[in-house]
Design a protein around this ligand. Structure first.
Ligand code: 5GP
Length: 131
């Protein structure tokens, strides 16, 4: 299991509660979506469960696969809302893979102007690795 750092609310919980400004672009009963503050693609959204009970996607999948499925459905809706029918869905899992916020979230990455296979974006991979 991934270690948590302290017991403070995560940055995403603080955004959800309005303690840190960030527009919520889409939400359901259990999931919300914000724009990443440091976008790595023309469309870069974060799909986040409202609960902070799960540090990463492995914990979420084991405990609540329905919520994970809801996140995927919301990711598709959010990409569509942003004008993208095709998108990448990335769960950085563990610090060694670049995870910095241990409140599970999915990155939705899309290029609205041209297909994702073209060199229109770079993904934030750990140092020394290529996307
Ligand atoms: P991770 O590195 O854990 O996979 O992704 C965390 C993401 O949260 C990063 O891409 C980072 O830019 C984003 N992020 C961190 N703090 C904030 C914030 O205060 N507001 C927003 N909108 N995004 C944030």
């Amino acid at each position: 299991m991934t270690e948590r750092v302290g017991t403070e609310p995560s940055v995403f919980t603080r955004i959800l509660h309005g303690e840190i400004p960030s527009a919520i672009v889409l939400q359901t009963d259990d999931v919300f979506v914000i724009r990443d503050i440091a976008p790595q693609a023309p469309v870069h959204l974060l799909v986040i469960p409202k609960t902070d009970a799960y540090a990463d996607v492995t914990e979420l999948a084991a405990a609540d696969p329905r919520l994970l499925a809801n996140m995927v459905a919301v990711a598709k809706a959010a990409a569509s809302q942003a004008g993208a029918s095709d998108f990448r869905l990335v769960f950085n899992t563990g610090a060694g893979a670049g995870q910095t916020v241990f409140h599970v979230h999915a990155h939705v990455l899309a290029a609205t102007a041209s297909p994702l296979g073209e060199r229109t974006m770079t993904l934030g991979m750990p140092d020394g690795e290529e996307a």
